[in-house]
Every structure is written in C-alpha cells, then in structure tokens.
Design a protein around this ligand. Structure first.
Ligand code: C5P
Length: 232
C-alpha cells in the first residue's frame, strides 16, 4: 500500500466540487468526500467522481448499533469507494459488523479506518462530559488497538500520533492524518500541524489535505507540492 495525498473535497455542492476537480488534468488526486458534500448530493456524487478516475475516501464516520452499521456498510461497499470510516467508540462488535457488511461476495472490500477520539475533543471534556478518566493519548492508543483487534486497516489520527499508533499496532496498520500545512502556509483552525514532509518522516501512510489545496490560488501546484514532499 503506497503513501498518498488525499484531497479533502469540502464543498457544499457537487457543482463546486466537480469544477475544482476539473483542474486536475494530470495525476488524479485521491479524494475525500465528507458529510457536507455527501448529504448535499447523495451517492450520485460518489459515482460521478469515481467515474472520473479518482480513488475515494468516503468520510461518513458511522456510529450506530452493529446491525445497522453492517447493512449501511454493505450499501457503501456497493458504491465502490476505496476507503471509508466509523467511530471506534461504537465498540469492537460494531467494527466487526462493519467489516462484514463492507466485504463483497468476492472477498474484496474498501479499506476501513476508525476515528479514535476526534481532535476537537479535549481531555477535559472527555473526562467531565464523557466520564472517560484516562489521559487522551492512552484513550487514542486503546481505541486504535480495539480497531486492530476488530480487523480494521487503520485509524484517522494526528500526524503527532502516527508513530505511537505504529508502535502499538504495527507498521502495516494505516495512519491517515489530517492537520497538514505547508511550512510557509496559513494554519487556519488547525492547531497541531505538520508539513507533508514531516508527516512522511513520522510514518503517516496517507495525509488528508483540505484548505492548503482547495483555497490555494493554484490548487494543482499546491497538490503537486504535497505529492513531492510526502510521496516522492
Ligand atoms: O482544510 P484542512 O486541511 O484543515 O482539512 C482537513 C480535513 O480533515 C477536513 O475535511 C476535516 O474535517 C478533516 N479532519 C480533521 N481532523 C480530524 C478529522 C478529520 O481535520 N481529526
């Protein structure tokens, strides 16, 4: 499994997303479709982007009872996406059900990645609202190990956690890391960031990059810079 740059296509409409992707006439980026675009346009946008030759990470973060997640994952698998995800907080049983649903009759399936704790959740809120008393770093590693136990392929995590996840779960367990910024770029609302090159050095398998590419004056050049720093 090669390293790759995943472009977060965080647009509110299919029209905007497709106009953005039209610019990429050379290498076709691996594209992340999140809730905003999926809820606006439905499965048709996934089929359209797939038909244009892009790999797709469908970022819908499922979290429900195992039976519902199994059946929903079977639907997503039929969309022929390359990667999708769920919340590890849904339990090992839910993650196992998700894998079952995702696996096609011929045994193939998209990669399945778990969200551990969202990076927007602070240790304080976790303790006071969710009554999870352990340090957040331990919770993230424990959830990653649960995901591995359930047979998942990896986790979404901060590049700062990538090395620890590989140590806890093995080098082959994938780390998909947002929070990436160019050394000379705007951070926006991301706080703990790494450059694509630093993310490569700490062992991230995929970086998820949104605004440094989507809001760039030349998105194709920004994407190619990410690929040069992270993949080549
Ligand atoms: O624009 P930016 O590069 O910050 O986009 C990062 C993408 O990764 C967004 O789609 C964001 O929702 C997603 N993400 C994140 N942090 C997480 C999980 C997902 O930034 N912990």
């Amino acid at each position: 499994m090669g390293k790759d740059v995943i472009v977060a296509c965080d647009f509110a409409s299919g029209k905007e997303a497709l106009a953005f992707l039209d610019r990429f006439t050379g290498r076709k980026p691996f594209v992340k479709i999140g809730m905003e675009l999926f809820y606006a346009e439905g499965p048709a946008i996934v089929r359209e982007i797939k038909a244009r030759g892009h790999k797709i990470f469908l970022d819908l973060k499922l979290h429900d009872i195992p039976n519902t997640v199994r059946k929903s994952m079977a639907v997503l698998s039929g969309l022929d996406v390359d990667m999708t995800n769920l919340h590890a907080a849904g339990t090992v049983q839910m993650m196992e059900a998700a894998l079952e649903g995702l696996t096609r009759p011929d045994g193939t399936r998209p990669l399945l990645i778990a969200v551990t704790q969202l990076t927007s959740t602070s240790e304080e809120r976790m303790r006071e609202e969710l009554l999870i008393r352990e340090p957040i770093g331990e919770v993230v590693m424990h959830y990653a190990q649960n995901a591995k136990r359930a047979g998942l392929d990896g986790v979404v995590c901060s590049p700062l956690e990538a090395r620890g996840v590989h140590e806890a779960c093995g080098a082959a367990f994938l780390t998909v890391t947002p929070g990436v910024r160019f050394a000379d770029g705007e951070k926006g609302d991301q706080v703990r960031v790494m450059t694509p090159e630093q993310a490569r050095l700490v062992g991230s398998d995929y970086i998820v990059v949104g605004r440094p590419i989507t809001a760039a004056s030349d998105p194709v050049a920004a994407y190619e810079r990410c690929v040069r720093e992270f993949v080549d």
